[in-house]
Each structure stands twice: as structure tokens, then as C-alpha cells.
Design a protein around this ligand. Sequence first.
Ligand code: PEP
Ligand code: MN
Length: 372
Amino acid sequence: MVQGEQLSRQHSRLLALATSAKPLVVAGPCSAESRDQVLTTARALADMGGVSFFRAGLWKPRTRPNSFEGVGHHALPWLAEAQQTTGMRAMTEVATPEHVEAVVKSGLTAVWIGARTTASPFAVQALADAMRGSRLTVLVKNPMHADLKLWVGAIERIIQSVGNDVGALHRGFSSYGTAEFRNAPMWEIPIALRAEMPEIPLLCDPSHIAGQSRLVQDVAQRAMNLGMEGLMIECHPCPLKALSDPEQQVTPKQLKGILQSLDIPTSGIGGHEDRDTLEELRMQIDSVDEQLLQLLSKRMDLARTIGHLKHKNRWSLLSVARWRDIMASREHWGKQLGLNQGFLGRILASVHEESIRVQGDEADKRRALRKK
Ligand code: PEP
Ligand code: MN
């Protein structure tokens, strides 16, 4: 347990909300553009019901310069007005201590830390120092790249400073080249975060994962299937005219549809019969995992022996032709067994990498023995 988690359990307004609202919803435009746009969106969301936090970015971290970079602190009174008139709590992204200071002065009580900022412990610490004693509710987005420790560390820094009311916000991880999603969800990372910090409310930002409005529903449902407590969804009265992220924003009406059709699993397990079946299936999984590990260990023993042979004959460790053969044959077998090709590719690459490492270790050991 991280320091301060007990405290967070007792006093976190976020945790209280996450427990009562299922899901806890944060919605609003990617960026605040005008007073009218902010208030129109906020009113529509408030009328819809079920939205706890109103979001709007004021200082926009754009990848390239000379594009719209947000209206800045001018929009703080618009957010404060939205908060006062609708009852939703307004929040924005903070990236510097000056942003924190301006937000606190304006009377807002919630912020999020963006993915680019989470990647820098210096920047996160500067924010944590600026937040000390502020009673802010803080959502910490995952860093741009898939580094769980960096995410955990950023959350710990903020907890040490504000003491409670901290949540994690999964927005996917940037990847190179074209892919189905704008940011790869890599669900195993938020799952690992949950295991490491079980007391921290975990929200998903399907908008920045999907990158396209038509995929938002599906990503949101997957987050719910994993038991995440909340969603942050970008919402604009006229998405195609939005000054940032026009492709991924949904209208308030579309958001209503998305939220209504979500299937939220209950955390408890139903009847006795199902519980027995689940126990039985889990036992079978334990047994299959044990066999998988035994087979992996056997494979590494074989790799070790091959390493010895290669060293003795001064053959190179890596054979591209053999690697190609392995991939082709295993992909074929995997297809016949109904395994997902992407999953199989990742497993094979990882097993192969470890085999080469084991072979290299074996060769080093033999070399050292010869020198003695
Ligand atoms: C945002 O939420 O507006 C944003 C910029 O997100 P991210 O930090 O996930 O890119
Ligand atoms: Mn955005």
C-alpha cells in the first residue's frame, strides 16, 4: 500500500463518488473555445444528468507549434461559471505550478495531469509542490509511453502532496505507425496499476484511446468490463468545428446514448452455482499456467544446451532464417488453434528474445570457464 492510501480511503471525495456513481463521468470539450461553447456544453451535460465533472482544456499540449494552444487563463471564469450554474465540478489540465496557482485562485477544485507531464518526474514534483495544502481533486493520466512505474510514481508524488482525492486516468499509450486506435490501450498496464494501487479510483479516457468518435463506445465498454470506476469523455456541441481533437469528440446527445447503452458489471458474483463454476474454472487455469511454466522452463533448458553447442562450434547466436521458420510455423499452428495473431506474435518474440539471452549467458559462462 502506498503512503496515504488509508487517508485517501477515509477522505477521498473522488472515491466516494466512484462508489456511488457507476460509472463516475467526466465530460466536456477537449478545449474551452468561447464562453458560449463552454456554457452551452455544460448546460447540455447537466440536463442530461449522470455527469459529475465538467472538463475543458485551457492550456493545450499540442504536438506541433503554431496550432491552437488553448485560450489559457481567460477561460477560468467561464469554467467557474459553468461550475456555479450547473453543480458539476469543473476541471482542467495543469502542466505548470502557474497553472495550479491560477486554477486554485479561480475557485476550481479539480484538475488532471496530462500524459506528457506524467512522463517527467521533475514536472510532476513541481506540480505536487504547488498543490500542497490545496485540497484539489487530481486525476493523473498515464505517461505517453508504457511505463507503469512512472505512472505509479506520479500518483505517489501527488498523494504525498494533496493527501487524498487522487485518481488514475488511463488514456492509452502512443505507438509508432498506423494502428486501430490513436493510443494503444495496453489494458495490462491499468490492470497492473489496479493490482499495485487497489484503493485508487481508476478511470478511462476512451476519447484519447480511440481517436475517433465511432470507437469511443467500444473502448468505454471494455473499461467497464475491467471494473474501472469512471470515464472521461470529450464532448462538444459541434465536434467537427472543434479547435482541437475534432474527430474524437461526441455531442452531448451521443454521450447520452453511449452512457445509456453501457453494460456495467456488478462486482459481486451471483448465485452459488456460478461461484462453484468460477472456482472450478480458476483451478483449471492454475493448472494450465503451471504446465505453461514447466514447458517454458523446458524450452529454456533446451536453449541453454544449444547455447553450449553454438559456443563450442563458434556459431553465431542469432539465425535469422531459423527465426523466420519459427514465426511462420508457429503462426500457422496458432491460426489452427484459433489464437489471436498479434498476441501470438508478441509471445513468440518475447520467448525468442529470452532464448537468445539464455544462450548468450551460457556462452559467456563457458568462455569464463575456459579462461580459468
Ligand atoms: C486532454 O485530455 O485534453 C489531453 C491533452 O489528453 P492527454 O494528456 O491524454 O493527451
Ligand atoms: Mn483532446
